[in-house]
Design a protein around this ligand. Structure first.
Ligand SMILES: *Cc1c(COP(=O)(O)O)cnc(C)c1O
Length: 379
């Protein structure tokens, strides 16, 4: 009786990084407030340059969110109403929403059971004369099979918009995610690997033409103030978010290495645990573990494990419980819904029933990972 309850372990601890970066952030914010250049100011410009340098891309255009990054990237790729865009059903909804924003139709195809990423063979089999682009998602921080997808895109004349919302800093043979497709869409949502203290996003581009379009698209279709070449949007990254992201960017490799430390500790500790399939690093690039997501035996087993973790004050989560092709948003004809042809995507469906994500963030201590391993092993 009266033993103190163990400290709760959250999925992500957003309080952990600020003390480390306090000086850089506070100084930068205070300077930005003094200068008062709040819209597309010097910090946004400096962040764009620093991210382009880090990723090894010629152009980076900061925008208001990861969702907007996908939307504007599809517009810059020339995707139009009536086009089809092939993507994964096992992702956050924003990937597919962006396709709908431009009037195109998402075409969901099945995933690889080990990496949870788009299966290239399924992509190629789904191409029609209306297909205009592919959106691979580097899900949970693991690069999609970009060599295979780029070869398919080249064979069929398709654009690739990489969804890099979960993969900042992941690479394939030294080429960063976001540097392999036509464009790459990043999110700076607070819990992402490189997260701000509010919403934010960024699009990378290899061509100056695409970058120039993106700069206009985020700013009311304007290259020159009060001259508007097209209908655009108000989707600028906030200057204060840029300050915070500039302070964090120099540490991103260290943060990602710490995520890998936690992930590898889980994988070592859980090897051989009954009825658990551990996440595979499938050899295509370096996984930066936005999430550590394993498979349980079935949904009952998952519910039991989640309950057991909760009893020990340990958070866990299901990313994602319903694949996109099964969401009401894609199976209705009501306001805001899009009807797509019924599809059976058995790997995505089974994965959604069995997947379980464990707490992961750079500051998660080995001792806490070990506690989680013990509970999962039923100790
Ligand atoms: C977070 C996320 C997005 C959307 O980013 P926001 O900044 O929240 O708009 C898009 N795709 C994936 C895969 C994501 O995880």
């Amino acid at each position: 009786m009266n033993e103190p309850a163990p400290r709760p372990i959250p999925m992500v601890d957003l309080t952990a990084q600020y003390p480390l970066l306090r000086e850089a952030i506070d100084t930068g914010l205070s300077q930005a407030l003094d200068e008062a250049r709040f819209i597309l100011g010097p910090n946004v410009q400096a962040l764009e340059q620093a991210v382009a340098d880090y990723l090894g891309v010629p152009h980076a255009v900061a925008v208001a969110s990861g969702t907007d990054a996908l939307h504007l990237a599809l517009l810059a790729a020339g995707v139009q109403p009536g086009d089809e865009v092939i993507t994964t059903p096992f992702s956050f909804i924003a990937t597919a929403e962006a396709i709908c924003y431009v009037g195109a139709t998402p075409r969901f195809v099945d995933i690889d059971p080990r990496s949870y990423n788009l299966a290239p063979a399924a992509v190629e089999a789904a191409i029609t004369e209306r297909t205009r682009a592919i959106i691979p998602v580097h899900l949970f921080g693991q690069p999609a099979d970009m060599p295979a997808l780029n070869a398919i895109a080249a064979r069929h004349g398709l654009e690739i918009v990489e969804d890099c919302a979960q993969s900042f800093g992941a690479d394939v043979d030294g080429v960063m995610t976001g540097a392999m497709g036509t464009t790459g869409a990043f999110s700076f949502f607070p819990s992402k690997n490189l997260g701000g203290y509010g919403d934010g996003g960024l699009v990378t581009a290899t061509s100056e033409a695409a970058a120039s379009q993106l700069r206009a698209l985020r700013n009311h279709g304007s290259h020159r103030r009060y001259y508007h070449d097209r209908i655009g949007y108000n989707s600028r990254l906030d200057e204060l978010q840029a300050v915070i992201l500039r302070a964090k960017l120099p540490h991103i490799d260290q943060f990602n290495n710490e995520r890998r430390r936690v992930a590898h500790r889980y994988s070592e500790g859980l090897t051989g645990a009954a009825d658990l399939t551990l996440p595979a690093e499938d050899g295509i690039g370096r996984h930066v573990y936005h999430q550590y997501t394993l498979l349980c035996r079935d949904s009952d087993h998952r519910a039991a494990l989640m309950q057991r973790l909760d009893d020990h004050h340990i958070a866990s989560a299901v990313y994602y419980p319903v694949p996109l092709h099964r969401q009401a948003a894609f199976n209705g004809t009501g306001p805001g819904q899009v009807a797509i042809p019924a599809a059976e995507l058995p790997v995505a469906e089974a994965t959604a029933e069995r997947c379980l994500s464990l707490p992961i963030y750079p500051e998660l201590a080995n001792a806490d990972a070990d506690r989680i391993i013990e509970v999962l092993r039923g100790a």
